[in-house]
Ligand binder design. Structure first.
Ligand code: DGL
Length: 272
Protein backbone atom coordinates (compact mmCIF):
# COMPACT_ATOMS: atom_id res chain seq x y z
CA UNK A 1 0.00 0.00 0.00
CA UNK A 2 2.81 2.45 0.86
CA UNK A 3 4.33 1.95 -2.59
CA UNK A 4 1.08 2.75 -4.44
CA UNK A 5 0.77 6.13 -6.15
CA UNK A 6 -1.30 9.20 -5.34
CA UNK A 7 -3.67 10.26 -8.12
CA UNK A 8 -3.91 13.95 -9.00
CA UNK A 9 -6.24 15.53 -11.54
CA UNK A 10 -7.39 18.86 -12.92
CA UNK A 11 -9.34 20.01 -15.94
CA UNK A 12 -5.96 20.59 -17.56
CA UNK A 13 -2.51 21.92 -16.79
CA UNK A 14 -3.50 24.06 -13.79
CA UNK A 15 -3.19 21.22 -11.31
CA UNK A 16 0.54 21.17 -12.03
CA UNK A 17 0.74 24.00 -9.47
CA UNK A 18 -0.57 21.50 -6.90
CA UNK A 19 1.64 18.69 -8.22
CA UNK A 20 4.65 20.99 -7.67
CA UNK A 21 3.63 21.45 -4.02
CA UNK A 22 3.07 17.70 -3.60
CA UNK A 23 6.53 16.95 -4.97
CA UNK A 24 8.06 19.43 -2.51
CA UNK A 25 6.12 18.10 0.50
CA UNK A 26 6.18 14.39 -0.38
CA UNK A 27 9.35 13.76 -2.39
CA UNK A 28 9.19 9.97 -1.92
CA UNK A 29 5.67 9.52 -3.22
CA UNK A 30 4.77 8.25 -6.68
CA UNK A 31 2.31 10.58 -8.41
CA UNK A 32 0.00 10.03 -11.38
CA UNK A 33 -1.33 13.21 -12.97
CA UNK A 34 -4.36 13.39 -15.25
CA UNK A 35 -5.03 16.55 -17.25
CA UNK A 36 -8.59 16.41 -18.55
CA UNK A 37 -7.73 18.91 -21.28
CA UNK A 38 -10.03 17.21 -23.79
CA UNK A 39 -12.99 18.21 -21.62
CA UNK A 40 -11.74 21.57 -20.33
CA UNK A 41 -12.48 24.17 -19.21
CA UNK A 42 -14.61 23.04 -16.28
CA UNK A 43 -15.24 26.49 -14.89
CA UNK A 44 -17.87 27.60 -17.37
CA UNK A 45 -19.64 24.23 -17.71
CA UNK A 46 -22.55 22.91 -15.69
CA UNK A 47 -22.05 20.85 -12.55
CA UNK A 48 -23.17 17.66 -14.27
CA UNK A 49 -20.28 17.79 -16.73
CA UNK A 50 -17.75 18.38 -13.94
CA UNK A 51 -19.27 15.63 -11.79
CA UNK A 52 -19.22 13.09 -14.63
CA UNK A 53 -15.64 13.90 -15.57
CA UNK A 54 -14.42 13.83 -11.95
CA UNK A 55 -15.95 10.39 -11.36
CA UNK A 56 -14.67 9.04 -14.70
CA UNK A 57 -11.11 10.13 -13.85
CA UNK A 58 -11.30 8.82 -10.28
CA UNK A 59 -12.52 5.43 -11.64
CA UNK A 60 -9.65 5.36 -14.13
CA UNK A 61 -7.04 6.16 -11.47
CA UNK A 62 -8.42 3.55 -9.08
CA UNK A 63 -8.77 0.79 -11.66
CA UNK A 64 -5.61 1.35 -13.67
CA UNK A 65 -3.20 2.74 -11.07
CA UNK A 66 -4.59 1.43 -7.75
CA UNK A 67 -4.10 4.86 -6.17
CA UNK A 68 -3.94 5.11 -2.38
CA UNK A 69 -5.23 8.72 -2.29
CA UNK A 70 -6.85 11.16 -4.71
CA UNK A 71 -5.99 14.86 -4.91
CA UNK A 72 -8.58 16.95 -6.72
CA UNK A 73 -6.20 19.67 -7.92
CA UNK A 74 -9.01 21.83 -9.22
CA UNK A 75 -11.14 24.30 -7.25
CA UNK A 76 -14.06 23.91 -9.66
CA UNK A 77 -14.10 20.10 -9.47
CA UNK A 78 -13.68 20.20 -5.69
CA UNK A 79 -16.70 22.48 -5.36
CA UNK A 80 -18.85 20.34 -7.68
CA UNK A 81 -17.75 16.80 -6.89
CA UNK A 82 -15.79 16.32 -3.66
CA UNK A 83 -18.83 15.19 -1.66
CA UNK A 84 -19.94 12.60 -4.19
CA UNK A 85 -16.37 11.39 -4.72
CA UNK A 86 -16.04 10.79 -0.97
CA UNK A 87 -19.39 8.98 -0.96
CA UNK A 88 -18.42 6.82 -3.93
CA UNK A 89 -15.01 5.84 -2.46
CA UNK A 90 -15.47 5.86 1.31
CA UNK A 91 -12.13 4.18 2.08
CA UNK A 92 -10.04 6.35 -0.27
CA UNK A 93 -8.61 9.59 1.15
CA UNK A 94 -9.87 12.35 -1.19
CA UNK A 95 -8.22 15.74 -0.76
CA UNK A 96 -9.72 18.84 -2.37
CA UNK A 97 -8.67 22.44 -2.83
CA UNK A 98 -10.56 25.64 -2.05
CA UNK A 99 -9.72 29.30 -2.63
CA UNK A 100 -7.46 30.57 0.20
CA UNK A 101 -9.96 33.00 1.71
CA UNK A 102 -9.16 32.11 5.33
CA UNK A 103 -5.40 32.77 5.07
CA UNK A 104 -6.14 35.96 3.12
CA UNK A 105 -8.50 37.23 5.83
CA UNK A 106 -5.77 36.62 8.41
CA UNK A 107 -3.09 38.30 6.33
CA UNK A 108 -4.94 41.36 5.04
CA UNK A 109 -4.23 44.60 6.89
CA UNK A 110 -6.74 46.68 4.93
CA UNK A 111 -9.31 43.88 5.33
CA UNK A 112 -10.06 43.99 1.63
CA UNK A 113 -9.18 41.00 -0.50
CA UNK A 114 -9.52 40.31 -4.23
CA UNK A 115 -10.58 36.83 -5.32
CA UNK A 116 -10.14 35.47 -8.84
CA UNK A 117 -11.76 32.11 -9.62
CA UNK A 118 -13.91 30.38 -12.19
CA UNK A 119 -17.62 31.13 -12.47
CA UNK A 120 -18.34 27.52 -11.38
CA UNK A 121 -16.32 27.90 -8.18
CA UNK A 122 -17.77 31.28 -7.21
CA UNK A 123 -21.37 30.16 -7.79
CA UNK A 124 -20.99 26.88 -5.93
CA UNK A 125 -22.69 26.23 -2.60
CA UNK A 126 -19.35 25.19 -1.15
CA UNK A 127 -17.76 28.55 -1.95
CA UNK A 128 -20.79 30.53 -0.77
CA UNK A 129 -20.66 28.64 2.49
CA UNK A 130 -16.96 29.46 2.91
CA UNK A 131 -17.66 33.11 2.17
CA UNK A 132 -20.45 33.29 4.75
CA UNK A 133 -18.28 31.58 7.35
CA UNK A 134 -15.86 34.52 7.07
CA UNK A 135 -18.52 37.20 7.28
CA UNK A 136 -17.18 40.30 9.01
CA UNK A 137 -13.53 39.22 8.87
CA UNK A 138 -12.72 40.92 5.57
CA UNK A 139 -14.45 42.29 2.51
CA UNK A 140 -13.97 39.92 -0.41
CA UNK A 141 -14.25 41.29 -3.94
CA UNK A 142 -15.03 38.44 -6.32
CA UNK A 143 -14.15 38.18 -9.98
CA UNK A 144 -15.30 35.32 -12.21
CA UNK A 145 -12.53 34.97 -14.79
CA UNK A 146 -14.27 33.53 -17.87
CA UNK A 147 -11.81 32.44 -20.52
CA UNK A 148 -8.66 32.83 -18.42
CA UNK A 149 -8.02 29.15 -17.58
CA UNK A 150 -8.71 28.27 -21.21
CA UNK A 151 -6.23 30.88 -22.43
CA UNK A 152 -3.59 29.53 -20.01
CA UNK A 153 -4.39 25.99 -21.15
CA UNK A 154 -3.60 26.96 -24.75
CA UNK A 155 -0.78 29.42 -23.96
CA UNK A 156 -2.63 32.28 -25.69
CA UNK A 157 -0.36 35.07 -24.58
CA UNK A 158 -2.35 38.04 -25.90
CA UNK A 159 -5.63 36.84 -24.45
CA UNK A 160 -3.94 36.15 -21.10
CA UNK A 161 -2.50 39.67 -21.04
CA UNK A 162 -5.86 41.26 -21.92
CA UNK A 163 -7.85 39.21 -19.42
CA UNK A 164 -5.33 39.82 -16.62
CA UNK A 165 -5.65 43.53 -17.16
CA UNK A 166 -9.43 43.63 -17.31
CA UNK A 167 -10.06 41.25 -14.39
CA UNK A 168 -7.53 42.81 -12.00
CA UNK A 169 -8.77 46.29 -12.88
CA UNK A 170 -12.38 45.22 -12.31
CA UNK A 171 -11.53 44.04 -8.78
CA UNK A 172 -10.47 47.53 -7.70
CA UNK A 173 -7.34 49.35 -6.61
CA UNK A 174 -4.57 47.30 -5.01
CA UNK A 175 -2.24 48.76 -2.42
CA UNK A 176 -1.63 49.06 1.28
CA UNK A 177 -3.67 52.18 2.02
CA UNK A 178 -7.03 51.99 3.78
CA UNK A 179 -9.76 51.00 1.34
CA UNK A 180 -7.37 49.27 -1.05
CA UNK A 181 -7.13 45.54 -1.77
CA UNK A 182 -3.92 44.22 -0.24
CA UNK A 183 -4.17 40.47 -1.06
CA UNK A 184 -5.17 38.52 -4.15
CA UNK A 185 -6.54 35.00 -3.83
CA UNK A 186 -5.76 32.83 -6.86
CA UNK A 187 -8.84 30.60 -6.64
CA UNK A 188 -8.10 28.49 -9.70
CA UNK A 189 -5.08 26.23 -9.95
CA UNK A 190 -4.21 27.59 -13.39
CA UNK A 191 -3.57 31.12 -12.11
CA UNK A 192 -0.30 30.68 -10.16
CA UNK A 193 1.38 30.22 -13.53
CA UNK A 194 0.47 33.76 -14.59
CA UNK A 195 1.27 35.42 -11.25
CA UNK A 196 3.91 37.64 -12.85
CA UNK A 197 1.38 38.94 -15.37
CA UNK A 198 -1.19 39.61 -12.66
CA UNK A 199 1.45 41.48 -10.67
CA UNK A 200 1.86 43.92 -13.58
CA UNK A 201 -1.63 45.17 -12.66
CA UNK A 202 -1.77 44.72 -8.89
CA UNK A 203 1.62 46.36 -8.47
CA UNK A 204 4.45 44.72 -6.55
CA UNK A 205 4.20 43.70 -2.90
CA UNK A 206 0.67 42.29 -3.14
CA UNK A 207 0.67 38.69 -1.85
CA UNK A 208 -1.03 36.16 -4.10
CA UNK A 209 -2.42 33.21 -2.22
CA UNK A 210 -2.75 29.77 -3.76
CA UNK A 211 -3.76 26.50 -2.19
CA UNK A 212 -1.14 23.98 -3.35
CA UNK A 213 1.00 23.86 -0.18
CA UNK A 214 -1.92 23.38 2.27
CA UNK A 215 -3.28 20.61 0.04
CA UNK A 216 0.12 18.89 0.08
CA UNK A 217 0.31 19.16 3.89
CA UNK A 218 -3.22 17.75 4.25
CA UNK A 219 -2.29 14.87 1.92
CA UNK A 220 0.70 14.08 4.15
CA UNK A 221 -1.52 14.14 7.27
CA UNK A 222 -4.06 11.73 5.77
CA UNK A 223 -1.39 9.32 4.54
CA UNK A 224 0.20 9.37 7.98
CA UNK A 225 -3.14 8.65 9.64
CA UNK A 226 -3.73 5.72 7.27
CA UNK A 227 -0.14 4.45 7.66
CA UNK A 228 0.30 4.63 3.89
CA UNK A 229 3.05 7.25 3.67
CA UNK A 230 5.95 6.05 1.49
CA UNK A 231 9.02 5.31 3.64
CA UNK A 232 11.27 8.33 4.05
CA UNK A 233 14.43 6.30 4.61
CA UNK A 234 17.97 7.25 3.48
CA UNK A 235 17.75 4.41 0.94
CA UNK A 236 14.57 5.94 -0.55
CA UNK A 237 16.27 9.36 -0.65
CA UNK A 238 19.30 7.90 -2.43
CA UNK A 239 17.02 6.56 -5.18
CA UNK A 240 15.91 10.12 -5.93
CA UNK A 241 12.44 11.54 -6.55
CA UNK A 242 10.20 9.18 -8.55
CA UNK A 243 9.16 10.61 -11.92
CA UNK A 244 5.41 11.23 -11.96
CA UNK A 245 3.32 9.63 -14.69
CA UNK A 246 1.31 12.02 -16.87
CA UNK A 247 -1.87 11.43 -18.87
CA UNK A 248 -3.96 13.81 -20.93
CA UNK A 249 -7.40 13.47 -22.47
CA UNK A 250 -6.37 16.29 -24.82
CA UNK A 251 -3.03 16.67 -26.60
CA UNK A 252 -0.27 14.96 -24.53
CA UNK A 253 2.45 17.12 -26.14
CA UNK A 254 0.78 20.23 -24.69
CA UNK A 255 0.96 18.72 -21.22
CA UNK A 256 4.64 17.86 -21.79
CA UNK A 257 5.29 21.47 -22.82
CA UNK A 258 3.56 22.83 -19.71
CA UNK A 259 5.50 20.47 -17.41
CA UNK A 260 8.77 21.45 -19.08
CA UNK A 261 7.99 25.17 -18.79
CA UNK A 262 6.70 25.19 -15.23
CA UNK A 263 8.24 22.20 -13.46
CA UNK A 264 11.56 22.01 -15.27
CA UNK A 265 11.56 18.42 -16.51
CA UNK A 266 10.19 16.79 -19.63
CA UNK A 267 7.84 13.84 -19.22
CA UNK A 268 6.33 11.65 -21.90
CA UNK A 269 2.66 12.20 -21.27
CA UNK A 270 0.34 9.57 -22.66
CA UNK A 271 -3.12 9.85 -24.15
CA UNK A 272 -5.92 8.90 -21.80
N1 DGL B 1 -7.98 24.73 -12.69
C1 DGL B 1 -9.35 24.67 -12.38
C2 DGL B 1 -9.69 25.29 -11.02
O1 DGL B 1 -8.89 25.24 -10.13
C3 DGL B 1 -10.39 24.95 -13.40
C4 DGL B 1 -10.10 25.61 -14.65
C5 DGL B 1 -11.21 25.36 -15.66
O2 DGL B 1 -11.17 24.29 -16.23
O3 DGL B 1 -12.08 26.21 -15.83
O4 DGL B 1 -10.76 25.79 -10.82
Amino acid sequence: MQALPIGVFDSGVGGLSVLRALQAELPHEKLVYVADSGHAPYGERDDRHVLERSHAIADYLIQHHRIKALVVACNTATAAAIHTLRQAYPTLPVIGIEPALKPAALQSQTRRVGVMATRGTLHSDKFQHLLHSLHGQAEFRLQACDGLADAIEHSERQTIAQLCQSYVTALGVFGHQAGQLDCLVLGCTHYPFIADQLALHTGSGIPMLEGGAPVARQTRRLLQQNHTLAPETPAASAEGQPMPLFYSSGVPAQLDAAVTRWLGFTPQAQAL
